[in-house]
Design a protein around this ligand. Structure first.
Ligand code: GLA
Length: 416
């Protein structure tokens, strides 16, 4: 059952109604995410520790009797029509590729061989996950469209069954299978070789918990945050992540090359996940400089996630904060995916008493930092950030205080 109605907006129902002249049958919401620690580890089969945030991508939709998909992106005032029987990625509008990719893989993988086929849908899309800010607006769109297409063929996905049984019974398919088709949509229709973290947390987020996910086995645990007097504060550099896609794919192949080289001495490894910090020390000198830096970061970051999860479980937030700060240093100097603006925001934060830890979050090259801040230091934090950051950059930052929220949901409107 849906417990929090506020994540669905009445405004969206009205907009749908106005545009199409009839009400939507259902609404879907999928959250963005912020990753507390474990960056660029997911595509290395490693560990991540994200939370779903209370910012959502929302879709109001109705099924159609044909195979056409009619989409309207409210915030961009753009529309797109495509046919489920002839899906092709296209440059315009770029956001439509996420929906096309999801529809393609739902048809080819999840529904293949079942008695279900996708129907066309008519949909209005909106959201308040900042776009291109490293908070996974694209995964939220993929997850929301997955649920919208499934809703369009009458497949409700009860929220409770996702959490307790880890299965969507009608499909005999788990949320992780849905996360995987979202990932493939992004890989193959948007050209970013991203990992599994973002759609997984958007599907499996749980209020007041972070998700400890092993990106190899896909085993996961919801770890209580117990942050009574501590807030998760996100700061947006408002710097466009120009290099994000190309450099992201480059980092991924640098890691894959590193694995090939390390296999000379450790033939049984298949990813950097298999290399411990001690193993790495034995062989690092033999690697070319760039490969060495990239691999060292990943090996150490995996280790930091494990330590961070233990620290949080033991309520040792000081250690958690130290690990967050170390993660940022690794991303800045060894993995080289930070930028001046992210470094500045992180430095401002780390110098404020009452900030437990601060780091960049997401792919990097712009986007956001994540900060754990004692409640009584939040005002000073916001003042310092809004004074000092524009002074050096000429850019106004945005700050969001976030609650760890629940994962994606679908709500049927016809029974109201
Ligand atoms: C992006 C990708 C994720 C992950 C992060 C970095 O958000 O979509 O899969 O790799 O970058 O941790």
């Amino acid at each position: 059952m849906i417990q929090d109605e506020s994540i669905f907006s009445d405004r969206l129902v009205q907009d749908f109604n106005q545009r199409f002249g009839y009400p939507p049958e259902f609404m879907v919401s999928a959250p963005g995410r912020v990753n507390l620690i474990g960056e660029h580890t997911d595509y290395n089969d490693g560990y991540v520790f994200p939370v779903a945030i209370d910012k959502y991508l929302r879709i109001a939709a109705s099924k159609r009797s044909d195979k056409e998909v009619h989409l309207y992106a409210l915030d961009m005032d753009e529309e797109c029509v495509f046919n489920l029987e002839s899906i092709r990625d296209s440059k315009t509008p770029p956001w439509s590729n996420y929906l096309k990719g999801v529809a393609h893989f739902l048809q080819e993988e999840v529904l293949q061989g079942s008695e279900h086929t996708l129907n066309g849908i008519t949909a209005v899309i909106t959201g308040n996950v900042p776009i291109g800010a490293g908070l996974s607006s694209s995964a939220a769109l993929e997850v929301a469209s997955t649920l919208a297409f499934l809703g369009g063929c009458g497949l409700e996905i009860p929220y409770s069954s996702i959490n307790t049984n880890n299965e969507i019974e009608l499909l005999h398919s788990s949320p992780l299978e849905l996360a995987s088709i979202c990932q493939r949509a992004e890989n193959e229709f948007a050209g970013v070789n991203c990992g599994i973290m973002d759609p997984t947390i958007s599907l499996l987020g749980k209020a007041d918990h972070a998700l400890f996910l092993d990106c190899r086995s896909l085993d996961y645990n919801h770890i209580p945050l117990n942050l009574t007097d501590i807030l998760i504060v996100i700061c947006n550099t408002n710097v466009k992540r120009e290099l994000a896609a190309s450099e992201y794919n480059k980092r991924r192949s640098e890691c894959e090359n590193g694995v090939k080289m390390i296999q000379q001495w450790m033939p049984s490894i298949t990813s950097l996940r298999d290399v411990t910090v001690e193993d790495f020390k034995k062989y690092e000198e033999k690697l070319p400089e760039i490969t060495q830096k990239r691999c060292r970061y990943v090996v150490e970051e995996n280790n930091r996630v494990l330590k961070a999860v233990s620290a949080l479980t033991a309520n040792d937030l000081d250690t958690f904060g130290i690990l967050m700060n170390a993660s940022h240093a690794g991303l800045r100097y060894a993995y080289e995916v930070s930028c001046d603006e992210l470094d500045l925001l992180t430095e401002i934060a780390q110098n404020i008493e009452g900030v437990i830890g601060a780091r960049m979050t997401g792919a990097g090259f712009g986007g956001c930092t994540v900060n754990l801040v004692y409640q009584d230091a939040v005002e000073e934090f916001q003042n310092k950030v809004s004074n000092e950051y524009p002074k050096h950059t000429g850019i106004e930052p945005d700050t969001y205080i976030c609650n760890a929220g629940d994962g994606a949901r679908i709500k049927w409107l016809s029974n109201q």
